[in-house]
Design a protein around this ligand. Structure first.
Ligand code: HEC
Length: 129
């Protein structure tokens, strides 16, 4: 019985453990939230990038215009759960997930990885919904 309890406790402390938004800010800057600007995040979120095929790419391309509603993946057509934390409490609580998707989505949308500054700005913008 003890063994199972130990395993249960260990699994709680794995890296997938939920983190607070302040910890996310701290991860991207030693100054935490103060380092980031929601207005800059908004601009990047809405910025239009022209891909090699001439098509416009934006964060909205998959996440949609209303962050409290589901989006649709532009290529796979799969439903993407709302990005707004008010509609999806799991959002921005797993650092591993945030890192993975920032990497993929910035590369695809912006054509390069986002900087830590940009990531923090984006989170500060997105957390308002
Ligand atoms: C090609 C489609 C696509 C585009 C464009 C896109 N995303 Fe995403 N995004 C996804 C998918 C798929 C997921 C993971 C599925 C899910 O979490 O529901 C995701 C998840 C995320 C997450 C994870 C949030 C969390 O904690 O659960 C963040 C942050 C994110 N996207 C930010 C962005 C930003 C910023 C942009 C624009 C630079 C962007 N996305 C553009 C498809 C896209």
């Amino acid at each position: 019985m003890k063994k199972y309890l130990l395993i249960a406790l260990l699994s709680l402390s794995l890296p997938t453990q939920a983190i607070t938004i302040d910890e996310v800010y701290k991860y991207y800057s030693p100054d935490g939230e103060a380092a980031f600007d929601a207005e800059r995040g908004k601009q990047l979120w809405n910025q239009k990038h022209t891909a090699e095929d001439g098509k416009i790419r934006q964060c909205r391309t998959c996440h949609g215009d209303d962050l409290t509603k589901s989006g649709e993946h532009v290529k796979t057509k799969k439903v993407i759960d709302p990005l707004a934390q008010s509609a999806n409490a799991e959002r921005f609580t797993k650092l591993k997930k945030i890192k993975k998707w920032f990497k993929r989505n910035c590369k695809w949308t912006v054509g390069r990885e986002c900087t830590n500054q940009e990531k923090g700005d984006l989170i500060k913008y997105l957390i308002q919904f």
